[in-house]
Design a protein around this ligand. Structure first.
Ligand code: NAI
Ligand code: MG
Length: 355
């Protein structure tokens, strides 16, 4: 039986980094006899240029038919003037909706070899290992909105936040299941001192928690959580939160990890899940062959783990990344005096050899 992986390089450095991850996957495939098959499709500005839409139907169909989706990044100044509905970034929102990608998992683990890249003091970040579970297809990003209207003689705009109990239950269950496989702690983040949606959120998470007596559950207001991530990131195991708060907190947590090029993510769907690095298309370095592919390589490892249940192959890739870093290999975004500077294809080869 073969696993079908839909690869969507997208724009900017998307092609370089997905090429790199596929190269590593092919080595793991050979070593572990996985039977991987890759199909390539367009999305983002690249798709807009070819087909007049950032998310062609055939891309959607291919993703739905795949066992997992490996996504590079989309976007770039080139498409800044395109009408809002056809901007490259619409491809991501569209895929979230089409695939029902209801949760975004962002692990932040600070590798010992990279501790000095964190803006926090080493003694604060050493041992930090958390996952942010962000609700991805509800809340204010998907609520009703008004771009402009007259109200009491002034122009105003508004966005509506709403969450239903089933939406919160689904994401809460995923968070508790994730915590069960980790250190058994869930922190639910909301703003229930002010927002009605947050009060329903907290009430629902508390209810779901009852089915997981082995998992410790606590609540934090989002503003306090933002502080706590910077003050003591090691206190967290799994953080679960809504779409807007999760967007912001996951970027904050990412910076604790040191380099934006290093971090993977998984967007969990009802059937197919999608894996992508957390960074964007980095137009400033696109085409130079110097992008750090590690976030995408680790995303590919998450695909093996969560969608294909090929744990050993996933472990091998993650260990290979750690080894390459411990041996002192660095792409330019991480390079400092005393380390070996390598480009995208060199680091890919080094990681592949260690798999
Ligand atoms: P970005 O993440 O693309 O770049 C921010 C900075 O980090 C740049 O200096 C870039 O060179 C550097 N960087 C990012 N990834 C890197 C890597 N793998 N290796 C080395 N350096 C790396 O964010 P920015 O500049 O805000 O956005 C650029 C475009 O990407 C925009 O069009 C934006 O909308 C889009 N974007 C797409 C996302 C996606 O496809 N999921 C996510 C975030 C942004
Ligand atoms: Mg963000």
């Amino acid at each position: 039986m073969a696993y079908k992986i839909a690869v969507i390089p997208g724009d900017g450095i998307g092609k370089e980094i997905t090429d790199s991850a596929v190269e590593v996957l092919k080595v793991a495939d050979k070593k572990f006899g996985l039977g991987l098959e890759f199909v390539y499709h367009d999305a983002g500005g690249t798709a807009y240029d070819k087909f007049g839409t950032p998310l062609p139907q055939e891309t959607i169909d291919a993703c739905k038919a795949a066992d997992g989706v490996l996504f590079g990044a989309v976007g770039g100044d080139k498409w800044d003037k395109v009408e809002p509905a056809k901007r490259p970034e619409k491809a991501i929102l569209g895929l979230r909706k089409e695939l029902g990608l209801y949760a975004n998992l962002r692990p932040v683990k600070v590798a010992d070899a990279l501790i000095e890249y964190s803006p926090l003091k080493p003694e604060l970040v050493r041992g930090a290992d958390l996952v942010i579970v962000r609700e991805l297809i509800g809340g204010i990003y998907f609520g009703e909105k008004c771009e402009s209207e007259q109200h009491n003689g002034a122009e105003r705009a508004w966005d509506l936040e709403n969450y239903s109990v089933p939406e919160v239950e689904r994401i809460a269950k995923l968070a508790f299941e994730t915590a069960k496989l980790r250190r058994g702690k869930v922190t639910s983040v909301d703003k229930s001192n002010v927002l009605a949606t947050s009060r329903l959120w907290r009430r629902t998470v508390t209810e779901v928690a009852k089915a997981y007596p082995e998992v410790e559950c606590n609540n934090l207001y989002v503003d306090n959580c933002a502080m706590q991530i910077a003050v003591k990131p090691t206190q967290f195991d799994v953080i679960v939160t809504g779409n807007l708060f999760g967007d912001i907190l996951s970027d904050e947590a990412a910076v604790v990890g040191g380099s934006i090029g290093m971090l993977p993510s998984a967007s969990i769907g009802e059937c197919t899940s999608l894996y992508e690095p957390i960074h964007g298309s980095a137009p400033d370095i696109a085409g130079q062959g110097i992008a750090n592919p590690i976030g995408t390589i680790l995303s590919a490892a998450m695909l093996l783990r969560y969608s294909l249940h090929e744990e050993k192959a996933a472990d091998a890739i993650e260990a290979a990344v750690d080894t390459a870093l411990a041996e002192g290999y660095r792409t330019p975004d991480l390079w400092k005096e005393g380390f070996t500077k390598v480009n995208t294809s060199e680091i890919t080869k080094i990681i592949s050899e260690r798999v």
